[in-house]
Design a protein around this ligand. Structure first.
Ligand code: APR
Length: 308
């Protein structure tokens, strides 16, 4: 096991991700939390779960940032999650101060790592980490496009009663109500979705996806989604560590693509050992381009609130 992945934040998402990574024996894992006991307690529990499963796990819990040194990937899940009725943007000020400190430590101890952001508001925090770190933009990713795509694909699969493996769909834009899909780029087992579903029905599923996180918070009451965010991170980390050249949606800093600059939004990218190895350039209609521009300007407004 050569690879090392560090996870900052041993809460619901961080610990679920650590357990997934451990089960796949993909990397040595370091779980960091401001609450040292929490990090060590989760680590012990995961070790013992792996023992029951017959898995050789290498996981270490700590509150010391020097332990992230030599990580290939550092995932940031630290920060406050939403409560029922909250908008992700309401987390901006509280989570920004947490992210600032964490990024400083990543730069110090793991300057060659790839940062994968999970903390909300996702696209804004990805932008913040990119700017604060000074890392190449290909090394600072945000997980939400993958998560929203997973939610959308779940709803399509349930509605049509086809295997999730047959659903090829992508969600673009920001991790809020500015996310969108492009129907003609969705296929089911290689066939256009229009053969199976009316535009009106697809629209309903997109609306449900936009509220996908909120739907779960309302049911859980005291916490927010964890398994799907963790699994989405897992797929992205796997693509990086195994150099898969995998296409998925990731939040990424744009420097002129689609005429958009100085903002992070979710777009299809190719993931490999160098992080984002390509931003896939899609032909867009004027209407689709407008969706993208709306998402970008929404994120730009929030970026203005960041304390640099
Ligand atoms: N350094 C390290 N860990 C921290 C820090 C910090 N400065 N501040 C908070 N933490 C830790 C907390 O101690 C807690 O264990 O971050 C963890 C967050 O865990 P949860 O409260 O369970 O939150 P979670 O559901 O995992 O969500 C984390 O991901 O999906 C997003 O919106 C969500 O922004 C939220 C983040």
């Amino acid at each position: 096991m050569q690879n090392k992945v560090s996870i900052i934040g041993a809460g619901n998402v961080g610990s679920a991700l650590a357990f997934l990574l451990a089960q796949k024996e993909l990397a040595k894992i370091v779980l960091i939390d401001i609450d040292k006991d929490m990090a060590i307690g989760k680590t012990l529990d995961i070790y013992q779960a792996c023992s029951a499963l017959g898995i050789d796990c290498k996981i270490y819990g700590s509150n010391a940032y020097e332990d992230v040194s030599n990580s290939a990937v550092v995932v940031i899940t630290a920060g406050f999650p939403r409560k029922a009725g909250m908008d992700r943007a309401e987390l901006l000020a509280k989570n920004a101060s947490i992210i600032k400190d964490i990024v400083k430590n990543i730069v110090k101890y793991a300057p060659n790592s790839i940062i994968l952001m999970v903390t909300n508001p996702l696209d804004v925090m990805t932008y913040y980490a990119f700017k604060l770190s000074g890392f190449d933009r290909t090394k600072v990713l945000g997980e939400a496009g993958m998560l929203d795509t997973s939610r959308f694909a779940t709803f399509i699969s349930q509605k049509l009663n086809f295997s999730i493996q047959n659903i090829n769909s992508l969600i673009f834009g920001t991790h809020n109500d500015k996310m969108f899909t492009i129907n003609r780029y969705i296929n089911i087992g290689g066939f256009p979705i229009s053969l199976f579903m009316k535009t009106k029905e697809i629209k309903k599923l997109i609306e449900r996806t936009k509220k996908g996180g909120e739907e779960i918070i309302k049911l859980l009451k005291t916490s927010s989604a964890s398994y799907a965010p963790a699994a989405s991170c897992f797929r992205m980390i796997e693509a990086i560590l195994k150099d898969k050249k995998y296409i998925c949606c990731s939040s990424i800093y744009l420097d002129g693509e689609y005429g958009i600059k100085d903002v992070c939004i979710g777009l299809p990218v190719k993931l490999g050992k160098n992080g984002v190895e390509e931003i896939i350039k899609l032909p867009l209609t004027a209407k689709e381009k407008k969706y993208l521009l709306d998402a970008a300007s929404n994120c730009k407004e929030l970026i203005k609130q960041l304390p640099f």
